[in-house]
Design a protein around this ligand. Structure first.
Ligand code: PA5
Length: 463
């Protein structure tokens, strides 16, 4: 089973002057050659590219750990933010029952999953009113081992568990995922004798779904993690060559960057499947954080990026598609379709005397959602709006692994087409550092000074 990409509706032959022609690709020839060269040269440093091929031991360890722990706990709770939260949520939603946590345990077979990424004080407080923390396994995920949100959650939970269970028993309720050397979390994990997994060097937060960051939560929800990696490996084979016309991920990136140069500042990712709704959230971080950059690789100020927008078919047909079809010509709409849904639902033959309802009788929701996707594609194309379609034969661990890896490779390639570093996030670090300074963390005195030098707010602009 292989994911497919159809980009006909990006081209002038379908949408006229708003579309791309061979001349657009020709004009990008040098940038394309540069990006393909960078992807090959930098591959040894891109450890995330090897994850589909080198996680067999980790998978065995994780599966053994799940077997050992799963019946001891009611819920697996992820404490993490950014890549550490969005990936686990997206994969679980894609592959499990949509109301997974509400199913009886016997039907689920595995613990519930909660992902606590925000530090809104209501979040953890209400979670503790919902679950018994002594019956949970808390997975503290932080590549840097120092992110305030995650580490503060860890501190609250450690204290609570030790108070309720004692230090020894509490130890079994915490598992860490972090860098092998950097940050405090690895030191804490080793000192406290917590079980821990390593985020390999060269695997940044948003590229980490196929390492223990994503694999451990997925396995605790009963997901076939070897299948995810198998699908990613298949996509690696498909996306290995330098030629964009034979490499779907490179082509996806090239289409987006050429379109960006023509004023398409927004890309909307719109799956026609509830199961893929959170893939759009995961993609939004990947695309936004990787490509939104101030400097290029030569140190020039460029301020590039393309804004990712999340939508859901058919829901957003009744909310956003009016804007996509008739608003400014500033968007690409990426529809994600599914050939075969996991369930079939038939509409009964009622109201046969009412033509506006009768036609639905005997039709399946499967056909309805598919035809609505085709209808949206038609409407967008008729309105000369750039759109393209990714199709998964079914949503399975393999096809999902293909999709995740496809987006990762496309994002990296898009970064090099823009001549920026897709793997850093100085804008995020700036916010993290400003938070440390606000709390007077040692080492951030200069940042605190810089912040106090910023212009004071004027009361006349406060209403
Ligand atoms: O993609 C990234 O690198 C970031 O979004 C991180 O995932 C996020 O900031 C959390 O960082 P960390 O894993 O170091 O706690």
């Amino acid at each position: 089973m292989q994911m497919r990409m159809d980009y006909n509706n990006m081209m002038a032959a379908q949408i006229g002057t708003q579309g791309l022609t061979q001349a657009d690709f020709d004009a990008m020839r040098e940038k394309i050659a540069f990006a393909s060269r960078m992807m090959a040269e930098k591959r040894p440093a891109m450890a995330w590219r090897e994850l589909p091929h080198n996680q067999a031991e980790i998978v065995a360890d994780i599966n053994a750990y799940v077997a050992e722990m799963k019946d001891e706990i009611d819920a697996f709770v992820v404490l993490g933010i950014g890549g550490s939260a969005l990936g686990p949520m997206a994969v679980q939603q894609a592959l499990n029952h949509p109301f997974y946590n509400e199913l009886p345990r016997a039907q689920r077979g595995f613990p519930k999953l909660y992902v606590v990424d925000n530090v809104d004080p209501e979040r953890l407080t209400y979670l503790f009113q919902t679950i018994d923390p002594t019956r949970c396994l808390f997975n503290v995920i932080s590549k840097s081992g120092s992110t305030s949100e995650t580490m503060s959650q860890f501190m609250i939970i450690k204290a609570l568990l030790e108070e309720k269970m004692g230090k020894e028993a509490a130890r079994r309720r915490i598992v860490c995922t972090t860098d092998a050397e950097k940050g405090n979390l690895i030191k804490i994990a080793q000192e406290e004798n917590y079980k821990y997994y390593i985020v390999p060097d060269g695997v940044g937060g948003r590229f980490s779904q196929l390492c223990p960051v994503g694999l451990l939560p997925a396995a605790f929800c009963g997901i076939d993690i070897a299948g995810l990696l198998e699908g990613a490996a298949q996509m690696d084979t498909l996306c290995a060559g330098p030629d964009i016309f034979a490499n779907p991920a490179y082509m996806f990136a090239a289409l987006h960057i050429i379109a960006l140069q023509k004023g398409k500042n927004i890309t909307v990712v719109m799956p026609y499947a509830d199961s893929l709704k959170y893939i759009s959230d995961w993609f939004a971080q990947l695309w936004g954080e990787s490509l939104g950059k101030h400097f290029d690789l030569d140190g020039n100020v460029v301020n590039v990026g393309q804004t990712p927008v999340k939508a859901l078919g058919v829901t957003d047909q009744h909310s956003q598609v009016q804007l996509y079809a008739e608003g400014p010509y500033d968007k690409i709409i990426v529809l994600i379709g599914v050939d075969e849904y996991r369930e079939t639902l038939t509409i009964p033959r009622l109201y046969t005397d009412m033509p506006s309802l009768g036609f639905l009788g005997g039709v399946t929701h499967n056909d309805l959602i598919k035809n609505e996707q085709l209808a949206t594609e038609y409407a967008l194309t008729k309105a000369s709006r750039m759109n393209m379609t990714l199709t998964l034969p079914r949503v399975t661990p393999q096809t999902l692994g293909q999709l995740l890896y496809f987006f990762e490779v496309a994002t990296a390639y898009a970064g090099y087409l823009l001549n920026i570093d897709p793997f850093d996030q100085p804008g995020v670090e700036e916010g993290k550092n400003a938070t440390y300074a606000l709390f007077g963390r040692p080492g951030y005195e200069a940042k605190k000074q810089e912040m106090s030098n910023a212009p004071q707010k004027d009361a006349k602009y406060v209403m």
